[in-house]
Design a protein around this ligand. Structure first.
Ligand code: PHE
Length: 353
């Protein structure tokens, strides 16, 4: 037989051999071996092609083309078989390994102690729950809002001017030119005023984000609880009384506070309410930035422009708002000196609570 004819014959046989094997293999590993044996660098197809050198130019081109097409065809068949086998594998798995995600976990008897192996409630969640209980008992509703907000709700409607520095990229994670990761729970003020009919009181617990330089007291992701009340007449002394009562309830003792003027575009007047640092007792530590005081409660009377954005008549309605920093509160409560622990997946941190 002439070499050229023999080569064509070899290719045909090789095709048949591969197709036969593919038909009976049930195993993904075998499949990979077939691939190596026939199409691999040192495989049978390669060794057939080595003999091409002794064939005349015209025939060489023709056989080379046939061999390349064959290679593509076989690669294709192997791929297809690989897909089938994988599908079979998952089908089988579906019958043997599955779980019902809707089944409730087993109940533990009252007083059961979880020890160190079971789940814990995160201290931020525990603080949130505690505050929700305090506020709902004072007649506040709990509101929620999206974490990806519009620039309008986060800034525009809250009386931030177009060129306010807090809008800039260094403070805010923008997702589009009009959407951002909310930088504060105040973003829900407008939604609250539009949803709840005044007079109203609401709190908004939630996660907020800032493009921050991270250190012992700054995180890019943290938690706040917004508070807002709208009524016919609201005064600074109403606000202060509420703040004082609140901190007393949270810490279950009289805490020492001080009030400073604070600027936020959405309140007028605005305040920073500081609490004597419970970690160092006022001596100065990393959490209070050595000042002896911790900023826990920015607050103020709602700016008339914001009342207007909320769809209400500022001649008729007044309001007060405050923003509790949940991380700060938990740090004060437990004496945690570094805010980075909250995002740290180390369970040793959580076991302590
Ligand atoms: N949203 C402000 C902040 O995150 C806090 C704040 C809330 C101030 C409500 C005043 C009134 O910094």
């Amino acid at each position: 037989m002439r070499t050229a004819e023999k080569l064509l014959n070899d290719l045909k046989n090789l095709q048949k051999e591969v197709e036969d094997k593919l038909g009976i293999t049930e195993d993904q590993k075998d499949l990979e071996n077939i691939h190596i044996e026939f199409l691999g660098k040192k495989g049978k197809l390669t060794s057939i092609l080595k003999a091409l050198g002794s064939v005349s130019g015209e025939e060489r081109g023709k056989i080379g083309k046939i061999a390349n097409e064959l290679k593509a065809t076989l690669e294709n068949s192997i791929d297809q078989r690989r897909g089938d086998l994988r599908k079979q594998y998952y089908e089988k798995l579906k019958d043997t390994e599955w779980f019902d995600a809707t089944v409730l976990p087993p109940r533990f008897p009252a007083g059961f102690h979880f020890g160190e192996t079971a789940g814990h409630i995160h201290p931020i969640s525990a603080m949130q729950k505690k505050l929700e209980d305090i506020f709902t008992s004072m007649g506040f509703s709990i509101m929620d809002g999206p974490q990806i907000e519009t620039d309008y709700h986060n800034f525009g409607a809250l009386n931030f001017t177009e060129d306010h520095p807090a809008r800039e990229m260094q403070d805010t994670f923008y997702t589009t030119s009009e959407h951002l990761l909310r930088t504060h729970t105040s973003a829900v003020q407008i939604r609250g005023m539009r949803k709840l009919t005044p007079p109203m009181r609401m709190i908004v617990p939630g996660r907020v984000f800032r493009y921050e330089e991270i250190d012992a007291s700054h995180e890019h992701t943290f938690y706040q609880m917004e508070g807002m009340l709208i009524d016919r007449y609201v005064s600074v002394s109403n606000l202060l009384h509420l703040m004082h009562t609140l901190l007393g309830e949270i810490f279950q003792k009289q805490v020492e506070v001080r009030l400073r003027p604070g600027y936020f575009p959405f309140v007028e007047p605005g305040f920073e309410l500081d609490m004597k640092c419970l970690i160092c007792g006022g001596k100065g530590c990393p959490v209070c930035k050595q000042s002896g005081w911790s900023e826990v409660l920015p607050c103020g009377l709602v700016h008339p422009n914001v009342i207007k954005s909320g769809g209400l008549d500022p001649e008729k309605w007044q309001g007060a708002a405050f923003g509790l920093g949940l991380n700060r509160l938990v740090m004060m409560w437990y004496g945690i000196e570094d805010i980075r622990y909250f995002q740290n997946p180390d369970p040793e941190f959580l076991y302590q609570f």
